[in-house]
Design a protein around this ligand. Structure first.
Ligand SMILES: [Mn+2]
Length: 416
């Protein structure tokens, strides 16, 4: 992406902020594992959105009407020898479009000049992460704690809501990155469709996906891929991926490639032997019907909450058709549906695979969301989920996975 994209993101953000306000953003560090090992590096999503910088340990300071500063770790010949190329100041300028690039050692001194005398400062902190991983202190939380110690008189405010509102809407360049991630994910599906047969292990299928992603310059999976065969297909977040796929079973594959930090998310359910059985086809047809009906509702002004309610209503009717629930049971205790559809059917997608926005956010043009209905019948070992990524447009929506096999005939043909 060009630096103009990130410059525009900063402008959109500052347009929402009071004059003279100071905002501080921190990039991530690599996540430590044990001893001096790490899990590798994934950039802080908001830091990336505002700067385009995709390396560890950076800071961004934005002062409305007062300038912008980017701080990166100093690079040198020695660092080049050990760690390879890191951005120098000129490169960081070109990536971010920020003129004032400094080494990290200048950070507190420059920040001090901006903060002194101000009653408040805005320090970004991802509260979803904070609430979910309470024993983990992210870099931006660490920075916020440091800041509070240094400036006890300055009130710390979190610009998360303002940023998230902007990140909901995907610009042209972001849509292009998402489409590329989807394209690579599609290739992964084609590869595993040819590969899958009775006797193959789930981890072998996962390895095929990884292979296809990497040779297409996707650096990592959007999330740990779910390759769930047989009864495992009813385990929603199954990631053990260590079972042998047997003849006559289904294998549910929920996976996605990242590209340029944007993340695809797709689910397909394949018959291990290449042909759906009669019962599998019945359930598949039900899920596909629900999916097609819901897609028509992914339009301006609707919400994830409404979509879930519609999904339950539609799925309930299918459960009766499939002989799983009687019409009277459905009428008297509709909560029985959640036994067969226990999860949400849509979430926003972007730099994060579960991107910004909540269940009551009104759909609007430029938003990208998943659509992922399913039916899980534990007693039959049949779990089917189908998931596409959908762009909301002025006139309705565009299915960004329209080209990916979905119909049963297409799936069987792809596997042969
Ligand atoms: Mn999903």
């Amino acid at each position: 992406m060009s630096s103009e994209v990130f410059a525009l993101n900063r402008k959109k953000y500052l347009d929402q902020m009071p004059d003279g306000s100071v905002s501080v953003f921190a990039g991530n560090d690599p996540l430590p594992a044990n001893a001096d090992g790490t899990y590798g590096f994934i950039q802080n999503s908001t830091f990336f959105y505002l700067s385009g910088i995709d390396q560890e340990d950076g800071y961004l300071v934005l002062v409305k009407g007062g300038g912008e500063w980017l701080f990166i770790p100093e690079t040198s010949e020695l660092i080049r020898i050990w760690d390879g190329d890191k951005l120098d100041k000129e490169e960081a300028r070109a990536v971010s479009g920020i003129e004032n690039v400094h080494w990290l050692e200048d950070f507190w001194e420059i920040l001090d000049k901006q903060v002194t005398g101000k009653p408040e400062a805005w320090l970004h902190c991802d509260t979803t992460q904070l609430s979910k991983f309470r024993s983990f202190r992210s870099k931006e939380k660490w920075l916020t704690d440091q800041f509070r110690d240094k400036y006890p008189q300055t009130e710390v405010r979190n610009p998360e809501k303002i940023i998230n509102q902007l990140r909901l809407f995907k610009a042209e360049s972001e849509q292009t990155a998402l489409k590329k991630a989807i394209d690579i994910t599609h290739k992964g599906l084609l590869r595993v469709a040819r590969f899958t047969e009775p006797g193959k292990y789930e981890f072998e299928i996962a390895a095929e996906i990884t292979h296809e992603f990497m040779i297409n310059r996707s650096r990592f999976h959007s999330f740990m891929p779910i390759v769930a065969s047989g009864a495992n297909s009813c385990v929603l977040h199954y990631v053990d991926n260590n079972r042998r796929c047997e003849d006559g079973e289904l294998v549910l594959i929920d996976f996605g490639a990242e590209y340029g930090n944007y993340k695809a998310d797709m689910t397909r359910t394949l018959p291990v032997n290449g042909k759906f059985s009669g019962r599998q086809a019945e359930v598949y047809a039900s899920v596909l019907h629900v999916m097609k009906s819901l897609k028509k509702l992914m339009v301006n002004g609707n919400t994830v909450i409404n979509l879930k309610q519609e999904a339950l209503d539609l799925t309930g009717k299918e459960l009766v058709k499939l002989g799983l629930v009687s019409a009277s049971e459905l009428k008297n205790s509709p909560e029985v549906i959640t036994k067969y559809l226990p999860h949400g059917v849509s979430h926003s997608l972007g730099i994060d695979v579960h991107d910004v926005g909540d269940r009551s956010t009104l759909f609007a043009p430029g938003m990208v969301l998943t659509l992922e209905p399913g039916i899980y019948i534990r007693e039959e070992g049949i779990g089917i989920r189908l998931e596409n990524d959908i762009l909301i447009t002025e006139s309705g929506n565009t299915d960004l996975m329209a080209q990916v096999p979905l119909e049963m005939e297409e799936i069987e043909q792809m596997m042969s």
